[in-house]
Design a protein around this ligand. Sequence first.
Ligand SMILES: *Cc1c(COP(=O)(O)O)cnc(C)c1O
Length: 362
Amino acid sequence: MTKRAFNFNAGPAALPLEVLQQAQEQFVDYHGAGMSIMEMSHRSAEYEQVNNETQALMRKLFGIPDNYHVLLLQGGASTQFSMLPMNLLQPGRPGAYVMTGSWADKALKEAKLIGETAVAASSEADKFARIPNLGDIEIPAEAAYLHITSNETIEGTQYAAYPNSDHVTLVADMSSDIMCRPVDISQFGIIYAGAQKNLGPSGVTIVIARDDLVQNSPKHIPTMLRYDTHVKSSSLYNTPPSFSVYMVNLVLKWIESKGGVAQMEQYNRDKTKLIYDTIDQSGGFYRGFAHAGSRSIMNITFRIHNEELEKLFVKESEQHGFVGLKGHRSVGGLRASTYNAVPLESCKALAEFMADFQKRNG
Ligand SMILES: *Cc1c(COP(=O)(O)O)cnc(C)c1O
């Protein structure tokens, strides 16, 4: 049996063991081609099949309507922070941002370099421990879009429901929760996500975009940063990150084999309940960071009343085979990232370790 860590890394993060083993089997000789997928032309029939099938699987599993494109790009979600406003902002039409934490802040900072912006709502006064009430979101009448961060990876907060998009183009950074639950794609104009948290390895960024928004990018935008370039070439304008796309393809097939995205959500809820219950039943020894209604089913952030105990927790957890439980330096404390591929067994083991640690140190 392969020894596998209890991997709670925030990103890059755990991948399904079955996927890694399948990639291993095909690594040296992809379907009898006598070479790995990495060694093939991106114009080959084999790679074209991977490219097309990956987009089709995304559509099928995530319920993406026909009037949307699935793009497989490079540069990470961080490049989308500027690519999005470059393509969509116009003079007099600001990008409105909901400020929910560290990643929303980075998205807004980049947009400010490109054009006009507005803050539609913020939970900074609550240290970003919650998602703002949807009723408090104020969208400028002329806004080009409303940008949200569906899951704040560092703070451990997640939207329970999305803002109304009847009168605005809703855009979401779903880097840390894409396909963790079913979503009504038609609510959104554009969704983007780096793959390395919930869908595969780093190197590929998924953009799901409604047709009318990406047909004609402004003329002055560089070729690689124009959505229309990648729409017209089906994401094969230049050399794609072929191995990463291939890995996403395998992860999508794994999601399908597990029953699809709705099953993923149930699984994620079962997994996180084990850990949130342990926090809530600890009599205050562990304290969840996120407010109850904003808790994420992808990143669980929590603290122990004493920083020395937090350090001891991390150290002892590592001795017990756990990885990645130290919180992000900007929030401190502890964090368990429980993405789709993190097994229930890892979460059970963590809940047991937490209870035992409390018994010894409470
Ligand atoms: C990790 C992350 C990013 C940054 O993604 P890169 O692919 O590293 O650029 C952006 N947004 C969110 C919500 C993230 O979790």
